[in-house]
Design a protein around this ligand. Structure first.
Ligand SMILES: Nc1nc2c(ncn2[C@@H]2O[C@H](COP(=O)(O)OP(=O)(O)OP(=O)(O)O)[C@@H](O)[C@H]2O)c(=O)[nH]1
Ligand SMILES: [Mg+2]
Length: 419
């Protein structure tokens, strides 16, 4: 619980709220109307008045009824939030792309729809105002319909529209991805708990300059960069939104389009901040979230990051499990261990490859260049019939040059391989 509250505090600070106090209630039963006991609620209210605090954040998810009853007790001037609402708020502040904004708005509406108790204007202002511009005039109200019913209907319509727009973006992304698949470059996804150092690792491996910050959910939108592996072969590395415990399900659903990038990966680098005392729990949360978004069986390498901050060396075996192909220790800041990580990545791809003999006519120089870029060329001969190449590549890549394959001894296994 301490850890969860500590994290809640960091979430609040990231959202721009200064934390001035905290309260804990030990209870074996959640109060159906006020969540905490009503006596406790009054006690907190008095403490808040003394501290001149304006916001009360609950670490657990409040039901619509809890929310309503607590608002009654605390009055109009106190804003009542739960962890989910706070995370949604941070997402709203950090979303940069059109797609990111659409996804956050959808999640906000879905979260708020069942909690709609106050007037529409109150909600529209919080959600960014997109839906409020139409103005719910008196004339628009149906006979006998309450303001609340109108509000619900309007939000329902807006949710439908947002879903349609997100679907369009998704279709576009899908086409983009199909094209990328044709290039044959393996795709690596960085996945991990928020603040684990994914973006820092992305920068260290690709020499790029994506946003890094010591705050939660600094990254929301996916960035993809090209990296070079030790053999000279190229791969695509993508950095995306981090996970956290008790991530609202509406957010997971809304961010499905973003998370689909992970599903398409050939390899996952699961990054964990090894310096965090709750690293093991973070790993578990990430594995659970991956299961929730139904990632197929993608090989994973566990990357223990921030080893530069450790007083004593960490034993990778302590973290090894069936979920991982291997465990590597690195520091994305000092770049310690990155060579080992890169070799490990390459090793993963090699084990998913088969060897092929190719024969290409001399007028196919462009295809030869393509093969060099997308496969590991072991030998190249200039024969009478044309270029003769011995290459290692995943079956997925081989599919692009199948008319030139003259021998593939291991091709029978290809269907059982994920690459
Ligand atoms: N000492 C040290 N700090 C690191 C290391 N890697 C990352 N950090 C710091 O950890 C913080 C978070 O790093 P990010 O790369 O933004 O983490 P992230 O996983 O992308 O986080 P989100 O995008 O917010 O989910 C930053 O302050 C980084 O400077 C490391 O290897 N050593
Ligand atoms: Mg990041």
């Amino acid at each position: 619980m301490d850890e969860s509250l500590e994290e809640l505090k960091m979430l609040a600070e990231t959202a721009g709220i200064e934390v001035v106090g905290q309260a804990v209630q030990n209870t074996n039963r959640i109060n159906p109307s006020t969540f905490i006991g009503s006596g406790k609620a009054v006690e907190i209210k008095e403490e808040m008045e003394g501290l001149k605090a304006q916001v009360l954040v609950f670490d657990d998810e409040l039901s619509p009824r809890h929310q309503r009853e607590l608002e009654e007790i605390f009055g109009e001037d106190t804003k009542i939030l739960d962890r989910s609402a706070l995370i949604l708020d941070i997402f709203a502040q950090h979303a940069r792309t059109h797609e990111g904004r659409l996804q956050v708005e959808l999640a906000q509406y879905e979260y708020r729809l069942p909690r709609l108790t106050r007037a529409w204007t109150h909600l529209a202002r919080q959600a960014g105002g997109g839906a409020a511009r139409g103005g719910v005039g008196v004339g628009l109200r149906g006979p006998g319909e309450t303001q609340l019913e109108v509000d619900r209907r309007e939000i329902g319509d807006r949710i439908t529209k947002l879903n349609e727009e997100i679907e369009k973006v998704r279709a576009h992304r899908q086409r983009h991805r199909e094209q990328r698949n044709k290039t044959g470059m393996p795709i690596i996804a960085l996945v991990g708990y928020t603040n684990a150092g994914k973006s820092t690792l992305m920068n260290a491996l690709s020499g790029s300059d994506v946003y890094v910050a010591n705050q939660l959910f600094a990254t929301l939108d996916t960035t993809t960069r090209r990296i070079e592996l030790p053999s000279g072969r190229a791969a695509l590395l993508s950095d995306t939104v981090g996970f956290i415990q008790k991530l609202p399900t509406t957010l997971i659903a809304a961010f499905r389009a973003t998370l689909e990038g992970i599903i398409e990966a050939d390899l996952i680098l699961h990054v964990v901040d090894i310096n965090n005392p709750h690293a093991k729990q973070h790993i578990e949360t990430v594995e659970d979230t991956l299961a929730a978004i139904e990632t197929p069986d993608i090989p994973q390498i566990l990357v223990l990051n921030k080893i530069d901050l450790l007083d004593e060396p960490v034993n990778p075996l302590d973290y090894f499990s069936d979920d991982f192909k291997s465990v590597v220790r690195v520091s994305a800041v000092t770049k310690q261990g990155l060579d080992v990580l890169l070799a490990e990545i390459e090793g993963q791809f090699k084990s998913a490859m088969s060897r092929y003999e190719l024969l290409l006519p001399y007028n196919k120089g462009d295809v030869v260049a393509w093969v060099h870029e997308n496969a590991i060329v072991e030998a190249e001969d200039h024969t009478e019939e044309g270029f003769r190449l011995t290459v290692n590549m995943p079956p997925r890549v081989a599919g692009n040059v199948k008319e030139f394959i003259i021998d593939s001894p291991e091709v029978d296994n290809s269907t059982s391989l994920s690459l």
